[in-house]
Design a protein around this ligand. Structure first.
Ligand code: HEM
Length: 159
């Protein structure tokens, strides 16, 4: 009997916490976007991207030669570059209307994270020695390059 009140209190608290979690989960993405800190502008993103290209091409070459270990050894570098690139701001930000800047920065960052996720999957396929899957993942990452450049580079190349 004496336990009834504390138990009820406990149940109420659990309900409140669950409800709060659900509200947080259902919060629209726009709030998350506006809460993002401003990333440093431009900087040497182009240089970072050239480095990514160099490492990525070396990974593709190693996979083609069926050298899973060589490709695997390059993956930390590829992932580190994605992490470095995600907090940079594409120079295109300068021509984005003020009201759309936060969404632009958030969209870019999310796309870099999708690339990083694929780089993680690629690493796992290399650890497994599954070169067929590894090749497919590099093709997907290549497609992401095109999508990313179309959206975030000032003058996307046609190729
Ligand atoms: C494997 C994937 C990728 C590779 C190998 C790659 C490679 C490159 C290279 C070589 C450049 C500089 C030369 C050029 O203008 O073409 C570049 C620029 C750029 N890339 Fe990527 N990229 C990749 C993925 C992405 C993704 C996913 C995004 C966006 C989320 C992105 C955003 C940009 C931007 C904004 C620039 C322009 C940077 C500047 O002008 O300062 N890239 N990329």
């Amino acid at each position: 009997m004496a336990l009834r009140v504390p138990l009820r209190l406990l149940a109420c608290s659990a309900l409140i916490i669950t409800a709060a979690s659900l509200v947080a989960w259902a919060t629209p993405a726009t709030q998350t976007v506006s809460a993002l800190p401003a990333a440093p502008d431009g900087g040497d993103l182009e240089e970072v991207m050239h480095d990514l290209e160099k490492q990525f091409e070396a990974v593709i070459a190693a996979i083609e030669k069926k050298e899973a270990k060589t490709a695997l050894d390059l993956m930390t570098k590829v992932q580190t570059i994605c992490i470095a690139a995600k907090t940079m701001t594409p120079p295109k930000i300068r021509i984005i209307p003020e009201a759309d800047k936060a969404a632009f920065v958030a969209g870019y960052r999310k796309q870099m994270m999708v690339l990083l996720k694929s780089a993680a999957d690629l690493e796992i396929s290399l650890i497994d020695g599954d070169l067929e899957k590894a090749k497919k993942l590099t093709e997907e990452m290549d497609a992401m390059q095109k999508t990313g450049h179309d959206a975030y580079k000032k003058m996307p190349k046609k190729s």
